[in-house]
Design a binder for this molecule. Structure first.
Ligand code: AMP
Length: 121
């Protein structure tokens, strides 16, 4: 799947639409999810143009991968959620029900988060 430069996170990265920023470094931007599913729901996105975790792990440089994953952990630490715990999750593709085609990790925290996935319907 080719990267779509008009996806909403690309627009946020370019500053074309606003976000509630919580963290930024050379590799990643983190901001509050517009439709939070937990008391803490933050998205961490890499600065590079990668559709998904699949695209990123296949095509990103070692520096981008290290920088991005360090940022995911740092965001959680800065949010103060590492003590009680949190969930980091990345949806990929159709069955993962990924909506925005720019790699992102969700960080959920602030309550007991329940089962990892819903039971089969
Ligand atoms: P996913 O289904 O993993 O692709 O999740 C996409 C997430 O992006 C959802 O949780 C949305 O609520 C969130 N989202 C969509 N548009 C925005 C936006 N403009 N700012 C912040 N979060 C957004």
């Amino acid at each position: 799947m080719a990267y779509d430069r008009n996806n909403v996170f690309a627009k946020i990265l370019r500053g074309e639409i606003p976000c509630k920023k919580v963290f930024e470094d050379d590799w990643a931007l983190a901001f509050h999810d517009i439709n939070p599913q937990a008391p803490v729901h933050v998205l961490v996105v890499p600065k590079g143009e990668y559709v998904s975790l699949d695209d990123f792990t296949a095509n990103a440089s070692e520096a981008e991968i290290a920088g991005f994953f360090r940022a995911v952990g740092q965001v959680a630490r800065e949010l103060g959620v590492t003590g009680p715990g949190y969930r980091a999750l990345s949806n990929v593709g159709h069955d993962g029900q990924q909506e925005v085609p720019h790699l992102h990790f969700h960080i959920f925290a602030g309550r007991r988060l329940g089962r990892m996935v819903a039971r089969a319907e």
